[in-house]
Write a protein that binds this ligand. Structure first.
Ligand code: FES
Length: 103
């Protein structure tokens, strides 16, 4: 499956994800800018915040209580499609927008 990363300026990067990798891990291992992932994927930092595009939101897993709390602490404003990308496994193609800032 592929992840499309949309930068704040609209530039898109399409990356083929490895089996059961997260949206965060896929970005980091492919050098996609804008996903910092300070805590390494433990839902403890919110520097892997992304905005999932409207068409892809319905099939996402539920937001856990921990993720929900961290999203409230994200540097960029929380929006409808806000998720921690370390908590999203790439099972099917997904499009995410990267916030202006993570820190
Ligand atoms: Fe830290 Fe996702 S990498 S919350």
């Amino acid at each position: 499956p592929k992840v499309t990363y949309i930068q704040p300026d609209g530039t898109e990067m399409i990356v083929e994800a490895e089996a059961s990798a997260s949206v965060m891990r896929t970005a980091v291992s492919s050098g996609v800018p804008g996903i910092v992932a300070e805590c390494g994927g433990s839902a403890m930092c919110a520097t892997c915040h992304v905005y999932v595009e409207p068409g892809d939101r319905a099939r996402l897993p539920e937001i856990s209580a921990v993720e929900d709390e961290m999203l409230d602490c994200a540097a960029a404003e929380r929006e409808e499609g806000s998720r921690l990308s370390c908590q999203l496994r790439v099972d099917v193609d997904i499009r995410v927008r990267i916030p202006e800032t993570q820190v």
